[in-house]
Design a protein around this ligand. Structure first.
Ligand SMILES: Cc1cc2nc3c(=O)[nH]c(=O)nc-3n(C[C@H](O)[C@H](O)[C@H](O)COP(=O)(O)OP(=O)(O)OC[C@H]3O[C@@H](n4cnc5c(N)ncnc54)[C@H](O)[C@@H]3O)c2cc1C
Ligand code: FES
Length: 291
């Protein structure tokens, strides 16, 4: 399975002119997901730009707080729902701290969409196993809603989502919707429970092995912290998944997002242009030390 990195001509409204000049967007809603993660609903200030904009699940953008700096986040909403866009941010440093201070009505800069995307054409007609950890559900939820909005062209769907503790579970409203959806087999797990938690306790890889999805006509798509991905890949292998049946997204520190600055390269691969979506085959080739 090959993940195409090519773009259609109309994919971006940023193809012409100075690619570093961001669009001005307005924050429409802020959701406090966990103590250190917030989701932002946002929209183009300019209606013409909104009408021209398109993206694909898995792509990312550069978001700027004017006067502070820029940072990279995936677009976590689905292209099947273009009323507004969404991104989710874990507070880790300078820019993410500034983004967390933004309120409804505030403005942010946005340039993108960048990178490749989940290969919808190749996963059609297949069983899908989504495995997300922590904020790693952000890019997956774009694809999950995309798939659910076209449910009849996919087969069985398993979603496994894990977080460190019940308080660290993001996107609880999505988890609830998928729990209720009888077209989805939803599993939520936490590393450590608490007094109020009556759900599953256990790390993602052993839970995945317990669920034991069949690899036949199935594609597994995973995103999360590197350590989770490492052990999830091992579990998928144990279950009989081959490298071309596993898709993941990678995060490297980025600056330009468009293959100019060389900040994100691993060997001759630029994660911003050649990724962030890769098959396990590709990852094993150039990340042998980490994975
Ligand atoms: C393609 C892609 C998609 C991403 N999507 C999301 C997303 O949806 N939500 C989200 O919260 N984050 C996402 N990230 C990570 C996000 O870009 C960084 O956390 C952010 O840039 C940190 O900015 P900062 O200025 O607040 O942190 P800084 O002040 O620059 O750094 C704070 C700390 O975080 C570490 N750090 C910063 N960036 C990274 C990184 N990329 N990888 C590892 N360590 C890092 C630094 O080493 C430092 O210890 C994504 C990254 C990439 C490349
Ligand atoms: S972020 Fe600049 S080359 Fe990839």
């Amino acid at each position: 399975m090959i993940v195409e990195a090519k773009k259609d001509k109309n994919d971006s409204v940023m193809e012409e002119g100075n690619v570093y000049v961001p669009h001005v967007m307005r924050i429409e809603k802020v959701i406090q997901e966990t103590q250190n993660i917030k989701t932002f609903h946002f929209n183009f200030k300019d209606e013409t730009q909104k009408a021209q904009f398109g993206f694909k699940s898995g792509q990312f953008a550069e978001y700027s707080v004017f006067g502070i700096g820029e940072a990279t986040f995936c677009i976590s909403s689905s292209p099947t729902r273009m009323d507004h866009l969404e991104f989710s941010v874990m507070k880790v440093g300078k820019v993410t701290q500034a983004i967390h201070e933004l309120q409804e009505g505030d403005e942010i800069g946005f340039r993108g969409p960048y990178g490749n995307w989940f290969p919808l054409d190749l996963i059609q007609g297949k069983n899908l196993v989504f495995v997300g950890g922590g904020i790693g559900l952000a890019p997956l939820r774009s694809l999950i809603w995309n798939v659910l909005d076209n449910r009849n062209i996919y087969k069985d769907i398993v979603i496994l989502y894990g977080a460190r503790s019940p308080a660290d579970l993001s996107f609880k409203y999505d988890l609830e919707a998928w729990e209720k959806d009888d077209r989805v087999n939803m599993y939520t797990t936490v590393d450590r429970g608490d007094d109020s938690w009556t759900g599953r306790v256990g790390l993602i890889p052993p839970v995945l092995e317990e669920i034991s999805p069949s690899p036949e006509n199935t594609v597994a798509i995973t995103c999360g912290p590197p350590i989770m991905i490492k052990f999830t890949l091992q579990s998928l292998e144990k279950l009989g998944f081959t490298n071309d049946q596993i898709i993941t997204t990678l995060e490297m520190r980025m600056k330009c997002g468009i293959g100019k600055c060389g900040r994100c390269n691993i060997g001759n691969i630029y994660v911003c242009k050649d990724g962030p979506v890769f098959t396990c085959d590709q990852i094993r080739n150039f990340l042998s030390d980490e994975f």
